[in-house]
Design a protein around this ligand. Structure first.
Ligand SMILES: N[C@@H](CCC(=O)N[C@@H](CS)C(=O)NCC(=O)O)C(=O)O
Length: 303
């Protein structure tokens, strides 16, 4: 029997007709919601400096799961009394290509939000990659990273677990379940399998301890919650919670609901958000009072 005899033609979707050429060329948009910002090259597309506010910490971001990790962290630090964690959060509209400005690329050569620039040190320190930003802030303020060696190591394991795992949830499952121009059964099956496996990994961990690092809330929870907590609570990717039966992960549910009620999480989720309820959108954050005075419902009402 040849290999071809083993192929079941009923499994062959539209993608089966595609035969990759010897050399891939960038000659068309690949479709899907983010097609217009995807490029096979790095670097700036236009000259533009980043804006600069009056606080030492300048954040350039958007209210996506990767972005809110940092705004939740900063709001948690402020809630703990670290006044030096005051920050300006500037909106980077990734759909409009703001991440390709010369100023942004100088702060993050990878052209992705979030990026932080710390002007309290000389020369100012850039930090990109949300995990690196969380660790930088935790070490700078001595907070939300356990000091006990075993819990600190566990915390970092989960922090790095998130960085490696979430691309399968976002770029894999979310992309093919929601954003891809067609529903490809193979891809949706593959990444649903992985998303559910990851939820089970978390569920089994959270059966053992209240938080990912152990007894205390930490940057590991701050990194993981915006993806897997939001997914579990039905706030990510349309009907994904039902599709993946996220209510069946009882320990993830308990953890996700508990974290969602934290005031710093509620505030952090509003920053640089440009969709959803107007009262939940704070496009830019420069003062603590902005949460009361500058949400979009008030901006629109004020004309
Ligand atoms: N591993 C990065 C991922 C950052 C990332 O993927 N950011 C997305 C938004 S959530 C982005 O800026 N996309 C714009 C683009 O790809 O051009 C991190 O954790 O910071």
């Amino acid at each position: 029997m040849s290999n071809d005899d083993n192929k079941d033609p009923s499994n062959a979707g539209p993608a089966a007709a595609y035969v990759p050429p010897k050399v891939w060329v960038w000659d068309q948009e690949n479709g899907g919601q983010f097609a217009s910002i995807n490029r096979p090259i790095a670097g700036a597309t236009h000259e533009k400096a980043l804006p600069l506010g009056r606080h030492p910490l300048q954040l350039y971001s958007m209210g996506t799961p990767n972005g809110i990790k940092v705004t939740v962290m900063l709001e948690e630090l402020l809630a703990l009394g670290h006044a030096q964690a005051e920050y300006d959060a500037w909106m980077i509209r990734i759909g409009q290509g703001d991440q390709f400005s010369s100023g942004f690329v100088a702060a993050n050569p990878n052209s992705k939000i979030p990026v932080l620039v710390d002007h309290s040190v000389s020369p100012p320190q850039r930090v990109f990659e949300s995990g690196a930003i969380l660790l930088y802030l935790a070490e700078k303020f001595g907070a939300l990273l356990p000091s006990n060696r075993a819990e600190r190591t566990e915390c970092l394991s989960w922090l790095f677990w998130q960085m490696g795992s979430a691309p399968y949830l976002g770029g894999g499952f979310g992309h093919f379940y929601v954003y891809a121009p067609e529903k490809f059964e193979y891809a949706i099956n593959r990444f649903s399998m992985e998303a559910k496996r990851q939820l089970d990994v978390l569920d089994q961990r959270l059966a053992q301890s209240p938080y990912l690092a152990g007894e205390s809330y930490s940057i590991a929870d701050i990194a993981v919650w915006p993806w897997y907590g939001a997914l579990a609570l039905g706030q990510l990717y349309g009907n994904a919670a039902e599709f993946l039966q996220t209510q069946s992960y009882a320990h993830v549910q308990r953890w996700a609901q508990q974290i969602a009620t934290r005031p710093a999480v509620r505030r952090g989720r509003m920053v640089n958000r440009s969709w959803g309820e107007l009262s939940e959108q704070l496009h830019e954050r420069h003062e603590a009072s902005d949460f009361e005075n500058k949400t979009q419902d008030k901006v629109v009402a004020g004309g």
